[in-house]
Design a protein. Structure first.
Length: 150
């Protein structure tokens, strides 16, 4: 994980509608940048829906939610539509942004070592600095925990 107080790495990724987003687009607003393994999987649905269900509370606080996974723009669009997600999903198919944020890690899957996404979140302030990190989060209650920290 990147250190609290450091400048969050800049990125340029496409969303579920094919629009390009950069971190600089969000200067002046707090950003929840959450990394998740895969669209339409049980844990990722729980996590996304917990952010969805609390979305009005986040927007009241002026916070932007950005979900990031390796899935394609098309996969993100299907995920957004099926789960009625009101926030932006960013596609990082080559996991370069995952690597910048130290969430592309070696994992143990059924006794085999593989590289994958560690479910993690960064809370970034209005000037682009990391103010809180969440590592190996529990999908169901993660959004509530982030909301409490705002």
């Amino acid at each position: 994980m990147l250190e609290i107080g450091t400048k969050a790495p800049e990125f340029a990724l496409y969303d579920q509608d094919g629009h390009l987003h950069t971190l600089n687009n969000y200067l002046g607003r707090k950003v929840i940048l959450y990394f998740y393994p895969k669209d339409q999987t049980a844990g990722c649905i729980k996590e996304a829906c917990s952010f969805r269900d609390r979305y009005p509370q986040f927007t009241e606080k002026g916070v932007v939610i950005l979900g990031v996974s390796k899935d394609s723009v098309k996969s993100h669009k299907n995920f957004e539509e099926k789960q009625h997600l009101p926030f932006t999903l960013l596609s990082d198919p080559d996991h370069k942004v995952h690597e910048l944020y130290d969430v592309w890690v070696e994992k143990n899957m059924y006794g085999k070592k593989v590289m994958g996404t560690e479910r993690s979140t960064y809370l970034i302030d209005e000037e682009g600095f990391i103010i809180k990190t969440y590592q190996k989060v529990k999908p169901a209650d993660h959004a509530e925990n982030v909301l409490k920290d705002l």
